[in-house]
Design a binder for this molecule. Structure first.
Ligand code: ATP
Ligand code: ZN
Length: 300
């Protein structure tokens, strides 16, 4: 089962904002790998899963062409590829299977601070610089706005200062790059995070089993990230109030305490982070001996 055709190939970003988190997530799913000398390939030692490290923009194409079975990429590049193929009369041969809750950013239209922007109408007949030609084109078409799209592969934010465009359409997370370039965000076109895409090519049973196992583990890793295991003692009479305070709590396990008729121990998994304020509120509600533990693994 370890012939190269039966090994799963996952395309990840080689070096950039998504690389460390992508590798960390896979490691937390139990994957151990060795990286090739040229650092373009990782061989999975304990699972039939190999990693191909490439530019993020190439990931949707590699999965669509069935060179890779899965890819981790920002929704921004995934959607851009889908729309680009669609606008050329073909279709992307992959599906989005889940989101990974990192790499959050927005594709936005921004205007120079001094420019008089008064809504989408201001974009009519303007020049807008972007690397996301298909996504911006699709947005403008849906808004029935005619504008000139100026393609730039990078440094989009300096286009207005260079006189190459009136506005820009670029990715932001905190907005500090826009502010540093005297630009003001006026319209969000897409909210993005890293998603997993899977090829539409038919896969052998062995590969399907491993992909499903990996997706289930990814789901487990994402779920435990914020989850905490909380243990506390409480008088029975205060139980309702205490459970209501616990953030994202599932049904708690209640255990009687030896030699104490009224007090019980409460064990519960909270799906959200437990802050000091929450512990103080629990104490005021009658809880004592509070303990908060991280959750290592979870399988629904
Ligand atoms: P390469 O093409 O060489 O892989 P890149 O320069 O296109 O690298 P990065 O800047 O590392 O890529 O960004 C990769 C992805 O990170 C983006 O496509 C996007 O999904 C996400 N991202 C998150 N925050 C931001 C941000 N503030 N600016 C740009 N991208 C961001
Ligand atoms: Zn890129």
């Amino acid at each position: 089962m370890n012939t190269s055709e039966q090994r799963i190939k996952i395309a990840l970003q080689k070096s950039g904002r998504l690389t460390d988190r992508s590798l960390e997530l896979l490691t937390r799913c139990g994957l151990k790998f060795t990286q090739s000398k040229d650092q373009l390939f990782c061989y999975g030692e304990n699972m039939p899963i190999d990693l191909l490290l490439v530019r993020d923009d190439d990931i949707p194409g590699l999965v669509s062409d069935d060179v890779c079975d899965l890819g981790f990429a920002g929704l921004n590049v995934v959607q851009e590829k889908q729309l680009e193929l669609q606008q050329n009369g073909s279709a992307a041969l992959f599906d989005q299977v889940c989101a990974l809750d990192f790499g959050h950013c927005r594709l936005v239209i921004a205007v120079p601070e001094e420019s008089g922007y008064s809504g989408l109408e201001s974009l009519r007949n303007a020049r807008i610089a972007t690397s996301y030609v298909a996504t911006l084109g699709d947005f403008l078409k849906r808004q029935e706005i005619d504008a000139e799209i100026v393609y730039l592969s990078g440094a989009v934010e300096i286009a207005p200062r260079l006189g190459r465009a009136d506005f820009v359409c670029d990715l932001v997370s905190t907005g500090s790059t826009l502010a540093a370039n005297q630009l003001r965000e006026v319209q969000t076109i897409l909210k993005s995070e890293v998603v997993v895409i899977q090829t539409r090519a038919s896969l052998c049973a062995e590969k399907r089993t491993w992909i499903n196992r990996l997706l289930q583990r990814l789901d487990g890793v994402l779920q435990v990230r914020e989850s905490k295991y909380v243990m506390l003692h409480a008088p029975r009479s205060a139980l309702d109030r205490i459970v209501a305070i616990l953030p994202g709590a599932e049904s708690p396990t209640i255990i009687p305490l030896e030699g104490d008729g009224d007090k019980v121990a409460v064990h519960v998994v909270c799906r959200e982070n437990v802050f000091w304020e929450t512990l103080e509120n629990l104490k005021s509600a009658g809880a004592s001996s509070l303990l908060v533990l991280p959750v290592e693994k979870m399988l629904a």
